[in-house]
Design a protein around this ligand. Structure first.
Ligand SMILES: Cc1cc2nc3c(=O)[nH]c(=O)nc-3n(C[C@H](O)[C@H](O)[C@H](O)COP(=O)(O)OP(=O)(O)OC[C@H]3O[C@@H](n4cnc5c(N)ncnc54)[C@H](O)[C@@H]3O)c2cc1C
Length: 436
């Protein structure tokens, strides 16, 4: 008699990705029949933390702004002994050889007088003519770049908003949707801007932030502690999904599921599901992050600084040492690239030299010695939210859901969001499943 084939493994909830979204789904599901597949050898996704030579670095600057006290309390309960600081954010823009408070549009009065007048004049007439006219006609701006000009005028747009966002997104901003940054874009009205000239109120979407002493991974560990023991399979990648049979093929086995929740990047999920789709609708940037540790302290009283000048390689830097009062400068430095840019070892080495030179040029370092460094390429980092991406996402995710496949998270949802948003979304989905 021929040996019979082993029975296919089955699980009610198969989750793809042990980053914040996947772990939060598994943690909040009351149904414990769950398996989390993670391609990497560690949990955490983009919320991993690196500890090296006495420095603590995340994959990129990860500072946390909780708007749901219950979410923060749930996490903190699972982080015993972990010091978590709440810090009043101090962020600046490097401009014209000095520093302007962030956000730029609310602090134009800090510019040299001629530039201040230029920005204010353009802002006033953009606001009073264009926006008012459009509102009256019920129109909205056609794209992100047009929104910047229409709401802030040429001066503010061309001195900061456009060059900065072009460095970050590494694309033509007129290809992005008007709301590509959602609530993460610090909007300001004309009265807000004028009022700020007398009494500074730069509280944007994140006036304070919290940060755990052990780095971003501490939030990940808190979520993982609520996942059933043994339910995370590391170094196991989802390869394809048979939607009709509800069977997933991984690098190790076949698994039948009732529901599959994926936090993998959406274009990859669409491909793995074999759905006909317009792959060209999905574009993104990648971000090269240098984590740099130096021999001694530099400036204090700064958490992060934006660099709109295209002559400087990075668009943003952040100071880890100013959160927990470290005595050595500890920076993350972010550079934006198109998704097809080649970032091999040689390119990264050359860019690190360029970054060190730019840090000295910008006055961030002065004779500091680099004593430790670490590099990450986040790919994708910022997805390009366009009309085409939104339409294709909506169409495909409807088909996937009808077949028991749910795509969530920053990359599964092909969106711009925070870890708190990821947790809130995962919790709601888990609760829907438990209620079904
Ligand atoms: C530059 C930058 C700065 C940021 N700063 C902040 C911040 O300050 N505060 C904040 O709240 N948020 C910040 N974020 C956002 C935050 O990083 C994300 O919202 C969050 O990490 C996304 O978690 P996720 O689980 O949805 O995705 P991911 O972290 O991408 O996790 C997905 C997981 O799925 C795994 N995976 C992918 N494909 C497969 C497959 N086929 N099979 C198995 N596993 C697979 C991956 O290995 C990964 O572990 C930042 C993001 C970037 C890019």
């Amino acid at each position: 008699m021929l040996p019979s084939a082993p029975a296919m493994e089955r699980v009610r909830h198969l989750i793809v990705g042990a980053g914040i979204s996947g772990l939060a789904t598994a943690a909040f599901l009351k149904d414990r029949d769950v398996l989390v597949l993670e391609a990497d050898r560690e949990i955490g996704g983009y919320c991993k933390t690196v500890k090296q030579d006495g420095f603590t670095w995340d994959y990129s600057g990860h500072f946390f702004h909780f708007k749901h006290p219950d979410v923060e309390a749930w996490l903190r309960e699972r982080m015993p002994g972990q010091e978590i600081r709440t810090v009043e954010k101090k962020s600046f823009i490097a401009y014209g050889g000095g520093m302007v408070d962030f956000p730029f549009q609310k602090n134009i009065h800090q510019l040299p007088q001629a530039e201040f007048i230029e920005c204010l004049y353009d802002l006033y007439f953009a606001r009073s003519s264009d926006v008012a006219g459009r509102k009256a006609e019920g129109q909205t701006e056609a794209n992100f770049k047009e929104m910047l000009y229409a709401r802030f005028g040429r001066g503010i747009a061309e001195k900061f908003l456009i060059p900065y966002n072009e460095k970050l997104y590494a694309c033509d901003l007129s290809t992005l949707d008007r709301d590509a940054m959602g609530r993460f874009f610090p909007h300001a009205d004309l009265p807000d801007i004028i009022r700020n000239m007398r009494v500074a109120d730069n509280a944007t979407y994140n006036a304070t932030f919290t940060y755990p002493e052990g780095g971003a991974i501490e939030y990940v560990k808190a979520l993982a502690s609520a996942v059933p023991p043994g339910a995370i399979a590391l170094e196991e990648r989802l390869v394809s999904i048979d939607l009709r049979r509800r069977v997933a093929t991984t690098t190790k086995r076949e698994i039948a599921f009732e529901r599959l929740v994926s936090s993998a990047p959406f274009p990859a999920l669409a491909r793995m599901s074999g759905l006909a789709h317009d792959a060209g609708a999905f574009t993104w940037n990648k971000v090269l992050v240098f984590n740099l540790g130096f021999d001694r302290k530099a400036a204090s009283g700064r958490h992060w600084v934006y660099f709109p000048d295209k002559g400087t390689s990075f668009y943003r830097i952040g100071y880890y040492d100013n959160i927990f009062d470290g005595d050595r400068l500890s920076l993350y430095v972010e550079l934006g690239y198109p998704r097809d840019a080649v970032l091999g070892e040689q390119e990264i080495e050359a860019l690190r030299r360029r970054v060190l030179a730019d840090l000295a040029k910008e006055g961030v370092t002065s004779g500091h010695e680099l004593v430790s460094h670490h590099t990450v390429v986040m790919d994708p980092a910022y997805v390009h939210i366009t009309r085409a991406s939104m339409a294709e996402f909506t169409r495909l995710s409807r088909v996937l859901r009808a077949n028991g496949v749910y795509s969530i998270g920053r990359y599964g949802g092909w969106t711009y969001c925070s870890i708190e948003d990821n947790i809130v979304e995962a919790r709601a989905l888990a609760s829907d499943f438990d209620a079904a």
